[in-house]
Design a protein around this ligand. Sequence first.
Ligand SMILES: NC(=O)C1=CN([C@@H]2O[C@H](COP(=O)(O)OP(=O)(O)OC[C@H]3O[C@@H](n4cnc5c(N)ncnc54)[C@H](O)[C@@H]3O)[C@@H](O)[C@H]2O)C=CC1
Ligand SMILES: CC(=O)[C@](C)(O)C(=O)O
Ligand SMILES: [Mg+2]
Ligand SMILES: [Mg+2]
Length: 348
Amino acid sequence: MANIDFGGVTEEVITSEEFSLDKARDVLKNETVAVLGYGVQGPGQALNMKDNGINVIVGQREGGESWNRAVADGFVPGETLFPIEEAAKKGTLIQFLLSDAGQVATWPKIKECLNKGDALYFSHGFGVVYKDQTGIIPPENVDVILVAPKGSGRTVRTNFLAGSGINSSFAVHQDFTGRAKERTLATGIAIGSGYLFSTTFEKEVYSDLTGERGVLMGCLAGVMEAQYNVLRKHGHSPSEAFNETVEELTQSLIRLVAENGMDWMFGNCSTTAQRGALDWSPKFRDAVVPVFDDLYESVLSGKETKRVLDVNSAPDYREKLQAELDIIKNSEMWKAGAAVRALRPENR
Ligand SMILES: NC(=O)C1=CN([C@@H]2O[C@H](COP(=O)(O)OP(=O)(O)OC[C@H]3O[C@@H](n4cnc5c(N)ncnc54)[C@H](O)[C@@H]3O)[C@@H](O)[C@H]2O)C=CC1
Ligand SMILES: CC(=O)[C@](C)(O)C(=O)O
Ligand SMILES: [Mg+2]
Ligand SMILES: [Mg+2]
């Protein structure tokens, strides 16, 4: 553990300096890691562990797109790729990486596949924390652990291949074997986490559900659309409105924030922009605090969980989600965006 000062608060973090990949391999050497679900997180975590020499098998519904992708990625049906329950029975560390609604639907069968001393691993606290809605109550004779990458599963893989990583939180909900924490940290290192920070299942799910509905996805899309529409209402062209709302952010300014913080980005813009941004930032902040308060209450109360399970448990949930994504894709704003992206020098 390294003690790091995060803005005046000292937290313990784990990096591969404190917990080496060789140590992770040693801790996991007798494990069969069964990755259940080959959607977004499954591939990233499974392929990174496979590259790191961990004994990985995949469980997935047979014959569908995800199954075929696992085959294309080198997992062999009957050897390292199995139907979900068969993989769960073969696994000693079972990574429950079906969709959150899928975890609920399959739990009665998966629970029967667990053996004494197994580790049941999550990348989101959703199923365990909202047990009244999900019914996911693990047996007492297994470890229940969490490693939650703070990023898309796609970037868990691409960052790993680029020699970087995605930070992950980790937690132990239940330690039956006395080795739950080292199994957790070893798996966090084996999936290629940049660094690991400690959390609880509750804190992970409350922050994650808030973040993805807020700044990271929902709020981001909403404020972009709002600004684009105001600019268009006042006669600015789609190209100008999109460049001023999205393209400049993604191709320039957010990269400066990632490089060295918000003040760095501000300081590398005009003093005209700095004055205005410093004046207007509090107005926007104060305007959305009530929305964030409502959001956090909706998460804490379980309303967001109910919404997710009600809608994403339907057989056609993916088609319905895709139909809504297509509305975004086919909007003037994001069709303008496609044209702008195509004009990037590297895409011409
Ligand atoms: N998507 C991401 O990048 C992140 C996901 N997570 C968490 O990781 C876990 C997995 O998430 P994703 O990979 O996004 O899941 P996903 O939505 O991509 O689904 C994963 C797989 O579950 C299968 N599945 C869904 N419903 C099923 C059912 N009823 N029976 C059998 N299989 C079913 C799907 O076919 C898919 O292949 C979730 O707990 C999620 O909250 C955590 C961090 C980021
Ligand atoms: C990518 C991620 O961290 C999210 C937004 O929480 C998710 O996909 O659930
Ligand atoms: Mg997240
Ligand atoms: Mg999430």
